[in-house]
Design a protein around this ligand. Sequence first.
Ligand code: NAP
Length: 330
Amino acid sequence: MTRKVMHAVWYTGYGGGAAGLKHVEIPIPAPCKDEILMKVEAASINPIDWKIQNGFARPVLPKKFPFIPLSDVAGEVVKVGPGVKKFKAGDKIVATLGGPSAGGGLAEYVVAKESLTVPRPREVSAADGACLGIAACAALHSLTVTGGLKLEKTKPRTNVLITAASGGVGHYAVQLAKLGNTHVTATCGARNIHFVKSLGADEVLDYRTPEGAALKSPSGQKYDIVVNCTTGIPWSTFKPNLSPTGKVIDITPSGGTFWNCAVQKLTFSKKQVTPLLVNPSAQEIGFLVKLVKEGKLKTVIDSRYPLSQAEAAWAKSIEGHATGKVVVEL
Ligand SMILES: NC(=O)c1ccc[n+]([C@@H]2O[C@H](COP(=O)([O-])OP(=O)(O)OC[C@H]3O[C@@H](n4cnc5c(N)ncnc54)[C@H](OP(=O)(O)O)[C@@H]3O)[C@@H](O)[C@H]2O)c1
């Protein structure tokens, strides 16, 4: 490769939102022993990316400034480190750069660990693949690992509630839940009710109505698993809607979530809330890529932006009204 510099977008301190992003020309990174240099074709934004910019994990994250955000990427292998065995130049790939704290994805080139990279079949576009890291892994992990759901139709029926089902995580969670023997209730805004039904939800509540705010299933279901993808719903709202051993998996945990979780453990409560922070793995991303290839899971993209308009993509995600995922394409 003859090019030595690349276009990247970074921020140099906390705060500033979209206006805090700066376009820069910087050296193309070199892969170490077990790393892959990839040409980024698409990168997706997750709310955690701009929450870190806001100072959500201050002063721990970002590890240093300037910081290039985004860690869910897809593209093509340009060069591999001497220890890389499974990939070669020209291979199409999906990678997670090591969770949102890693960053690096909002750039023309990035290095990814071989252990966090999976092959991308031609049926899976770069944009579709780049969305599968944090969002789809959070949905998968919540339902199957923490929730215990088996994605098989032969198992006994499980009642699932997914809040904010129109968002990046929620739209995957509805589709994944429906791979099992489930009845899925979902919440979203009125404008997305048809969309969420089209993903497979059995019943959908408008979160701005009293019934929606109360999370009451229209058909009277009590939930065995809740994947909570929104904020501000108290335990007192979840509790009466749960089955006797119902579990809330809270991917937006507050201090109250951790407190309730501790109290429930100490009192041997059968109804429980579990806070969850997911770090995507290659194994999970590989499984999700396979589902997309087989047509069993789809990525819905709210909006696509070129790297030159990264600020607009950032602002779109910060608004909190995406239907599906926000993607930057290169
Ligand atoms: N713990 C983890 O590992 C983990 C992983 C991924 C994400 N997260 C967190 O999970 C949350 C969701 O992430 P995301 O990527 O899905 O966000 P997102 O794509 O930005 O979610 C936006 C969607 O949520 C809907 N929504 C907002 N408030 C709602 C409410 N009260 N009830 C129902 N729907 C509502 C919006 O609908 P309207 O436009 O109609 O309002 C919009 O369609 C974020 O806080 C994120 O940081 C955590």
